[in-house]
Design a protein around this ligand. Sequence first.
Ligand SMILES: *Cc1c(COP(=O)(O)O)cnc(C)c1O
Length: 216
Amino acid sequence: MLERVKKAAMRFDGAGRDVQLVAVSKTFPAKDMRPLLDAGQRVFGENWVQEAKEKWPDLRKDWPDIELHLIGPLQTNKAREAVALFDVIESVDREKLAGVLKAEMDKAGRNLPCFVQVNIGREAQKAGIAPEETVDFVARCRDVHGLNIVGLMCIPPADAAPGPYFAQLAGLAKQAGLEQLSMGMSADFETAIAMGATHVRVGSALFGGRDYGTPA
Ligand SMILES: *Cc1c(COP(=O)(O)O)cnc(C)c1O
């Protein structure tokens, strides 16, 4: 999989631009992380604070250079724990969260890189800031709240070709003066790399299908 990411980067961007594989490990137990860690992978993504808290502190004892990304929606009452557990927050999606995150980072003495999540397909069920509000929101996150915004993140609609959405996100990042683009998952990361992704978030292609469990 690391090889496929490297190949896609080479193919679409002769220069061999660096694309960071974020290994999305939600629902998979800590023991499944170890083979990847042994292979040299250090950057991982988790969706939920609670699950990250159960898995990663122990793994960090053995691999102190792990970089953990929060890629799921964050409730403000979990912001303190998120700031303690994660190294990058990819899902800044509303003003209130931006303010609370910065306050918690100040208290913790951390200044985490953040991505603004954009609801690129304007889907009712998805988190993220509306595309047309993104440039203003990035400016407010930086100037009003003092967050270190480094890029944009999106999850395009499941039932449409993702290319145009990735291109739109890249355009918004350019307008906002941001260089990093977190886009592309197992099904579409090669397209995302072709459209300029700097981070691809890949889960099932690495770990297999997810089992969310059956209700008790
Ligand atoms: C689960 C998830 C992924 C990974 O999805 P796969 O299809 O398993 O690669 C990427 N990004 C986010 C935000 C996710 O929730």
